[in-house]
Design a protein around this ligand. Sequence first.
Ligand SMILES: Nc1ncnc2c1ncn2[C@@H]1O[C@H](COP(=O)(O)OP(=O)(O)O)[C@@H](O)[C@H]1O
Ligand SMILES: [Mg+2]
Length: 371
Amino acid sequence: MDNPFRYGCVVSGDHFCERTKAERELRGFVKAGQNVFVQGERRMGKTSLVRKAVSGVRGERLVYVDLYCIGSQSDLCRRIAEGVGRANSSMPFLKRVMAFASRLRPSLSFDSIDGSPKITVDAFAAEEPASLGIVMSMLENVASDGKSCIVFDEFQDILRIKDSERVLAEMRGRIQFQEDVPYLFLGSVRHEMWRIFTDTKSPFYKSAAAYDVGEIDVDDFSGFIVSRFEKGRRRISRDMARLTIATASGVSGDVQELCAALWDVTESGHVVTEADIPSALEVVFMRERKGFEKAVSMLTSTQLRVLRGLAEQPKLRVFGSEFLKRVGMTNAGAVSKALKRLEAHDLVHETAGGYRFGDSFFRQWILKTAT
Ligand SMILES: Nc1ncnc2c1ncn2[C@@H]1O[C@H](COP(=O)(O)OP(=O)(O)O)[C@@H](O)[C@H]1O
Ligand SMILES: [Mg+2]
């Protein structure tokens, strides 16, 4: 039987552990036509949750636009046009929006596997400042029947556009007049999302309610894990499932990755015990090693020292004397500089309870390789 765990992709159906409360809350926003910015760490399950929660609300059509790694206005316009095309496959609609966007020289094709429509606009034409207004009108058009919900995923990546301020101002200008259309802005880099939505100087200041996607309820998630293992004729107790969740720091995608590895290191009929965790972690490390090594190779020896210090003692005050002693440094300013670089590399981020690794497996790997 195939491995019953999935990670690294959007999950749905029986790969999705119910998140009843969060789904209900997000639906409430959508029903009220309320704009929301949905924030949460990477792999916590934002995309999967929103896709599940939103589909089917008030006949809702999901217009999904992924801004992951966009670098220019042209990329942004192209992603929006694609999202519009995928959202409504009726031919009269597609023809109408294509005619409407003729300045962007759009072309229409159909996916060879699922037949879904794809609108492609010309990359050069999409770079012209006026093009953003045209694709925003395409969005308004698809939403004009009051049945659409518009999702921008990895919205913080808009900040990668050279003149992102102008782009944000124009988008905001258009969105604010669509009072009944719910816009959901998803993002995984907290400080950048906060900069967009809570900085008084940002065009999106106070334009959307904040919603946090945290860990899946541990009772629900452990129940889910138990039943997935059962399905594949292995057994795991509730407590062991809880331990697995904790070992992956409660990050949904990491929990599924660790479960998938536990699956791989065990045989049919096996009862999972604590002794299986180290070999499952080995499997994870083996899969992730290249990425981890690359991340480490970009660091200076000081940065690496601070990173190791954090891995060993995530709860120590990083500027306190105990931490300095532990990492063998005397200069708090140098620690602070190293931390900034580690944050810029997206390896750690500051939380209310101290610094946290973006990837808990990376932390465990650092600990393992430091000895
Ligand atoms: N509701 C869920 N139940 C079980 N696993 C989930 C759930 N949501 C997310 N995951 C796990 O997390 C991974 C990442 O999910 P995704 O929605 O892409 O997260 P994000 O958008 O926050 O990065 C999925 O591949 C899956 O392994
Ligand atoms: Mg996502």
